[in-house]
Write a protein that binds this ligand. Structure first.
Ligand SMILES: *Cc1c(COP(=O)(O)O)cnc(C)c1O
Length: 446
């Protein structure tokens, strides 16, 4: 494996001729429901660069949606996963177990918040982890209701579609959805009617009031929340909101589940985003950043809750695949050795500084309504000048202009008006600054 030069290089139109050809083949055989942000076909990727089949090198500010935090070909991930591949690819942990699975669970027990006894179960995808957290909470509490929040995203399976807030594109036409799912307000500071400073107290009071009056706290098995809401627009619940909800859960015997699938594993400059307000969740779901791109997810939590399910009640053919577990051990090793929490904090400093300058100085910079996020999970919410009206057109145009110049950015948000930045945590500072130069120039084109 040769290291990919960490340089942006645009040598054809984006997408280039080879990508266009592959895209035609793709359209003929890949289902239309599976979309792509940018139909540029990847040849190789690593560090902060994605190299396409036409030889273009794009600066990666997406990490495959917060997955390749250690890069897409991290040395320790490749080494450990390759060695495991050569030894054996699969036995099924439910048939004959292997050490890697146990080692990943040991790491999860050590790294997740709280000093209590913890256990884990491993799965393949984020949605599968969330589904299993619900199963575990239900059997432990012997209750059925599940509470989720406005702007929340938890996946695309039937139960997790029900848990997800946004209709288009995730739910439209795919119902009926799983029952016993209830949605309550979240403290979205930027859009809270009485101001960000009141959002934490008011939103938590409203949420708790709705749970008590409309569901009955005694019927609630789990409250599930992303400590930083991802697909919903990188919304950090206003201070005080998460502790109030966690306390309410505790007081009422409700399992408090932190969905850290996007925010976990150093992404926000901490191992887990809920550490920021000292939250110790009962269960935590992880996936995305966990294994350097190999498919793995986990539910980790209090041993007595995790052990509530009968033997054989949890699992799956591929859950905790040995190659994915080896990848996870490589990714975690990389996170520790390179201090990726420190790197994420440095990325925040650079990005927020530059974005604030753009907001203040650029003609048209006032379309940046809000700059937010933590660590290497940073976003700008775009609005129409002088208002808070969502401006999804600006987000789409900025993304398009960046793509044309070889910088891969993603959009998100309930209103489609958020440009989000999720660089690999190993990205070089020069490359990051160059990407920010391109973003700055893109503002001239909207
Ligand atoms: C991506 C995501 C999921 C779903 O993960 P998949 O691996 O796509 O099933 C669930 N929760 C959050 C917070 C996510 O960001």
């Amino acid at each position: 494996m040769t290291a990919i030069p960490q340089e942006r290089r645009v040598v054809t139109a984006i997408p280039g001729p080879k990508s266009v050809e592959l895209q035609a083949r793709r359209l003929a055989t890949v289902a239309a429901g599976v979309g792509s942000t940018l139909p540029v076909f990847t040849a190789r990727a690593g560090g902060g660069i994605i190299e396409d089949v036409d030889g273009n090198r794009l600066i990666d500010l997406g990490s495959g949606i917060a997955v390749t935090s250690v890069g897409a070909s991290a040395e320790a991930v490749v080494r450990r996963a390759s060695a495991q591949l050569a030894d054996f690819t699969h036995t099924c942990f439910m048939v004959t177990p292997y050490e890697g699975y146990v080692e990943v669970c040991e790491q999860l027990a050590e790294l997740t918040p709280g000093d209590h006894a913890k256990k884990s179960a491993l799965f393949n995808s984020g949605a599968e982890a969330v589904e299993n957290a619900v199963k575990i909470a239900r059997i432990y509490t012997k209750r059925t209701a599940v509470v989720v929040f406005d702007h929340g995203y938890h996946g695309r399976t039937n139960l997790t579609m029900a848990l997800t807030a946004k209709n288009m594109p995730y739910k439209q036409g795919f119902g009926p959805f799983a029952p016993e799912v209830y949605r309550v307000p979240v403290a979205y500071g930027y859009r809270w009617p009485t101001g960000a400073e009141n959002a934490g107290a008011e939103a938590s009071a409203q949420a708790i009031d709705q749970i008590t009056k409309q569901i009955g706290a005694d019927n609630v098995a789990a409250i599930i929340i992303e400590p930083v809401l991802g697909e919903g627009g990188f919304i950090e619940p206003a201070k005080g909101f998460l502790p109030a909800i966690a306390q309410f859960a505790k007081d009422n015997g409700i399992v408090f589940v932190a969905d850290e699938i996007q925010s976990g594993f150093c992404r926000t400059g901490q191992w887990f985003a809920c550490e920021d307000e000292g939250i110790v969740p009962d269960l935590i779901t992880t996936a995305k950043g966990i294994a350097g791109g190999l498919p793995l997810s986990a539910v980790t939590g209090r041993a007595e809750i995790m052990d509530a399910a009968h033997s054989g009640g949890l699992g799956g053919t591929y859950g905790g695949n040995p190659v994915a577990c080896a990848g996870a051990l490589g990714a975690i090793e990389t996170m520790r050795e390179l201090d990726l929490n420190g790197k994420a904090k440095r990325i925040e400093e650079i990005m927020k500084g530059r974005l604030a300058e753009m907001q203040a100085k650029l003609p048209g910079g006032d379309v940046i309504g809000d700059i937010r996020g933590r660590g290497a999970m940073i976003a700008i919410e775009l609005v129409k000048s002088g208002t808070k009206d969502p401006n999804p057109e600006a987000a789409a145009k900025l993304a398009k202009a960046c793509h044309a110049e070889g910088v891969l950015v993603l959009t998100c948000g309930t209103y489609g008006n958020v440009l989000r930045f999720l660089p690999p945590l190993v990205i070089g500072e020069d490359l990051l600054n160059e990407a920010l130069d391109v973003i700055e120039q893109a503002f001239g084109q909207i």
